[in-house]
Design a protein around this ligand. Structure first.
Ligand code: NAD
Ligand code: ZN
Length: 469
């Protein structure tokens, strides 16, 4: 929602317009958004007596009946557009299907569309809302850790196009974001871990208390999906709620003055300097959370060698990534890769490295004067250190699988999924080698798409990219 104030002045040969747009949007923490006793969501729709929801098919399979019951209870008619989503389906085709549903529904100006799902759905449907009549309201309900603490904190919305990630998009704030961490009960643990990395990022550079909590409760936070399953005492949930609130608040404070990403010194870019190449170098791409963890761990070693991060703090940080099952190294990480990645990032950061490092933990600084010798020496030191870590520093479930690509359908009912997660027999996504989504063509297409998650694109062939968080 926004208001614009503008002034117009005459110039010698025409006119000059200056405008300021006020942007307002709200976040509400609400566990059990579809619980009948929680009217917050319904309140947005009572005046319309109807709601159009755009939803991840997997989320519909799990939560569709709860949602339908909820809207029935409040006397609001509900139409659901289900979309099967994955990185390959974050496309113009999915976008136009959503637009067609909005037309069929006859969405009225100002009537908010409801968007429910992970970062993929909120990005695509958010973009459809940005484009529909140039501006349509929407309400977001994110359902993944990345969605809850990262994608839905920003106002960026986009689709991939022409093998370029997020090539077409907009800055479009929703009216409201409802943050219901209960959705994490059913989220595969690999996805929980992936989002955990972004929380380490923000806390290690901006909020020491949050970092301390992540450190103290690491394994329990991941095992209990942020206190949403098997947390018998409620202790982990309480801690998780504090962490998430603080993480989102820090991110909003840092990014709200830079909503259109004009400033290039960005604290939230910690771990996002060399990570694109980590993400892309393996045959099957690394998950984003693992790629940024390798970058963050290496950056910490760099900071440690400079005396910006004490030995204790450095070890604490590396230990935390490792305990969380996140990667701190990869066998393809070598001097050549570091060189390529550095050259590429310099192009997109106006010629400056702007590498964020924690200094000390909970605060950070930007490094612009790191020579190739220093980087390589830090890499040698880093490689020595990671030998002492479990799995030689490699992560658990570190690689993209079919759930990231958009070809996994979870059609199991909620109770069955919860049981599976509870009993720790969480179905691993289908074996990579049997799955069509991991064919060579598929992987190279996927890599192309991931390669271009950055505003100016990264073309694998040209070894060039621009950044994103
Ligand atoms: N706009 C931004 O600022 C921003 C920031 C970060 C990431 N992103 C985008 O977000 C996307 C990644 O989103 P994501 O990590 O949230 O993943 P996602 O939306 O792909 O969801 C991951 C998988 O989990 C399933 N899923 C989602 N919620 C679930 C739940 N509660 N229970 C069970 N299964 C569930 C989905 O169906 C999917 O298979 C990328 O495209 C990235 O570009 C955008
Ligand atoms: Zn990121």
């Amino acid at each position: 929602m926004s208001d614009l104030s503008a002034s117009v002045a005459e110039t010698a040969h025409g006119f000059h317009v200056t405008g300021y747009e006020k942007i307002e949007y709200d976040f509400t923490f609400l566990d059990g958004v579809f619980n009948l006793e929680n009217p917050q969501l319904a309140n947005y729709y009572t005046q319309w007596r109807r709601c159009l929801a755009i939803m991840d098919l997997n989320i519909f399979n799990l939560y569709g009946s709860d949602m339908t019951r909820y809207f029935e209870h409040y006397g609001i008619s509900l139409k659901i557009h289900k979309t099967m989503i994955g990185e390959k389906a974050k496309s113009l085709e999915t976008f136009t299907e959503i637009v067609d549903s909005m037309t069929d529904f006859g969405i009225i100006r100002k009537e908010p569309v409801l968007v429910v799902g992970g970062g993929l759905v909120t990005d695509v449907a958010g973009f459809a809302c940005a484009a529909y009549r140039r501006n349509t309201n929407y309400i977001r309900i994110p359902t993944t850790v990345i969605g809850l603490i990262d994608a839905s904190v920003s106002i960026k919305v986009a689709v991939n196009y022409g093998n370029y990630k997020n090539r077409l998009g907009a800055y479009h704030a929703p009216m409201h974001t409802l943050l219901d961490f209960n959705f994490l009960r059913t989220l595969p643990v690999g996805q929980v871990r992936n989002g955990f990395a972004e929380l380490i990022k923000i806390s290690s550079c901006a909020h020491i208390r949050t970092f301390d909590l992540l450190d103290e409760f690491c394994e329990r936070l991941i095992e209990t999906h942020f206190g949403r399953i098997n947390d018998t005492t409620g202790e982990v949930k309480k801690v998780a709620d504090e962490i998430n609130r603080a993480g989102i608040y820090e991110m909003l404070k840092l990014e709200a003055p830079n909503l259109h990403e004009i400033g290039l010194d960005r604290v939230i870019a910690y771990g996002h300097t060399w990570s694109p190449l980590h993400e892309l170098s393996p045959k099957v791409p690394l998950r984003h959370g693992h790629a940024i963890s390798i970058d963050m761990a290496y950056s910490a070693t760099l900071a440690n060698r400079r005396g910006l991060l004490s030995d204790d703090e450095h070890r604490r940080l590396l230990n935390l990534f490792s305990r969380a099952g996140l990667s701190i190294d990869h066998h393809l990480f070598d001097e050549d890769m570091l060189d390529k990645a550095t050259k590429a990032i310099l192009k997109t950061r106006d010629g400056l490295l702007r590498a964020v490092v924690p200094a000390p933990l909970g605060k950070c600084t930007f490094l612009n004067d790191v020579t190739a010798e220093e980087m390589n020496a830090a890499l040698r030191r880093h490689k020595e250190l990671v030998k002492q870590y479990p799995r030689q520093g490699e992560g658990i479930d570190a690689f993209v699988d079919s759930s990231d690509t958009g070809y996994t359908v979870n059609s199991a009912p909620l109770e069955e999924t919860l049981h599976r997660v509870d009993s720790k027999h969480e179905a691993k996504h289908e074996d990579n080698k049997n799955h069509p989504s991991t064919s060579n063509t598929f992987i190279s297409n996927l890599k192309e798409v991931i390669a271009n998650r950055y505003p100016h694109g990264y073309h694998i062939v040209e070894q060039e990219w621009a950044e994103s968080t």
